[in-house]
Design a binder for this molecule. Structure first.
Ligand code: NCD
Length: 361
């Protein structure tokens, strides 16, 4: 792994930077990621690189010989999964990605079992993990905490990469990467993501997956974004400002059914009621924003239905059997993209390319 750069700026100066200026500090000198903290650190070339690598890993992993090759790439590295918020897919797909690449994995999922119960600060706990591991994959309810830890560790004797596996209401960069990979695979024979209409539905005010993905979509020309939600749960102004700055066409609406026929992808989300202060989302009628079996007749043959999961009632189970329901494949794509990301962080992408050229081309 090459040098990281987050030790070249003070915490005070770093905090003052807009998101668009933070990205370079998270990269290695050759442009590969070191820390993975925000969607804004990815440009189009890095997205293409990761999607390409994910596909190669996915194909290599189909044989025993390929799996043995992949497992031989990083057996000397150890990853810590530090998840202080509930998670199934993100946790398990990172776990599986580490296993595919041969990394050894440890986990803390319940802070009640760590020394934080003895009064240790979160900062000290994370610094402790860095003594024993080569990478930390972190999910936290605290906005900006993963960035703070990345800066802190980068300024110790033992800097190690931090991957943000979901922070507060603000960012979920690796979910956005797997969403991009899913869109790209789905539209592979239709000129890719370029020119498509992507419709976000549900709790857009507090859903971090939408915030990160909306930004990554600005990297593809002529994509139109729709935000469909009840007023109280509508997309926040900072996301729209970002789209304005990028010159992206978007529409903010409450009319779900009117948007169905124009969508190329419909990205459903769950009400994020863990953030409610006094049960406010219980008072919003969200049933108008459910994708029901009858809606299948109102969308195009090529439209895909996505969801970061977990779902509640927002997609009827009857929709699962339709070939346009993409959420199960989307979930599995997470394992391949996260494998590609970890391989890039530890500089193994060229070896993977070489193996692919030799045995699978
Ligand atoms: C999402 C999250 O944690 O933000 N889940 C996930 O990582 N797939 C979405 C959610 O919890 O609704």
């Amino acid at each position: 792994m090459r040098r990281q750069r987050l030790d070249q700026i003070s915490w005070e100066d770093f905090q003052k930077l807009p998101l668009s200026k933070k990205g370079p500090y998270f990269l290695q000198s050759d442009g590969q990621p070191y820390h993975v903290l925000i969607a804004q650190q990815f440009d189009r070339a890095s997205l293409d690189h990761l999607c390409h690598l994910a596909t190669r890993i996915r194909r290599i992993a189909k044989s025993k010989q390929g799996m043995e090759f992949l497992a031989g790439l990083l057996p000397h590295k150890r990853a810590m999964l530090d998840f202080s918020q509930p998670s199934s897919r993100t946790f398990l797909s990172f776990y599986a990605a580490c296993q595919i690449l041969g990394l050894k994995v440890a986990e803390v999922r319940d802070p009640a079992t760590s020394s934080e119960m003895k009064g240790e600060s979160r900062e000290d706990s994370v610094r402790t993990f860095s003594s024993y591991f080569d990478m930390i994959i972190m999910r936290t309810p605290l906005q900006g905490f993963a960035e703070k830890m990345a800066w802190l560790l980068s300024n110790t004797e033992r800097p190690i990469p931090i991957i943000n596996a979901g922070s507060g209401k603000d960012q979920h960069p690796t979910q956005a990467l797997l969403d991009i990979y899913t869109l790209q695979r789905s539209f592979e024979k239709m000129n890719g993501i370029e020119g498509k209409t992507i419709v976000f539905v549900g709790d857009l005010a507090r859903g971090r997956t939408v915030r990160s993905l909306s930004y990554l979509l600005t990297k593809y020309p002529n994509v139109t974004q729709y935000f469909v939600a009840p007023e109280k749960l509508q997309i926040q102004q900072d996301v729209l400002d970002q789209l304005d700055a990028a010159g992206v066409t978007y529409h903010v609406t409450q009319d779900f059914e009117a948007v169905l026929p124009v969508a190329d992808a419909i990205y459903m989300t769950r009400i994020q009621d863990e953030w409610d202060e006094d049960g406010e989302s219980q008072r919003v009628d969200i049933s108008k924003y459910y994708f029901k079996a009858e809606h299948l007749a109102q969308i195009k043959f090529s439209t895909i239905i996505m969801h970061p999961l977990p779902r509640r009632q927002e997609i009827a189970a009857a929709v699962d059997h339709d070939p346009r329901a993409m959420y199960w494949r989307q979930m599995r794509n997470g394992m391949w993209v996260r494998s590609a990301l970890i391989a890039s962080i530890f500089d193994r992408h060229e070896e993977i390319d070489a193996y692919y050229q030799r045995y699978l081309k």
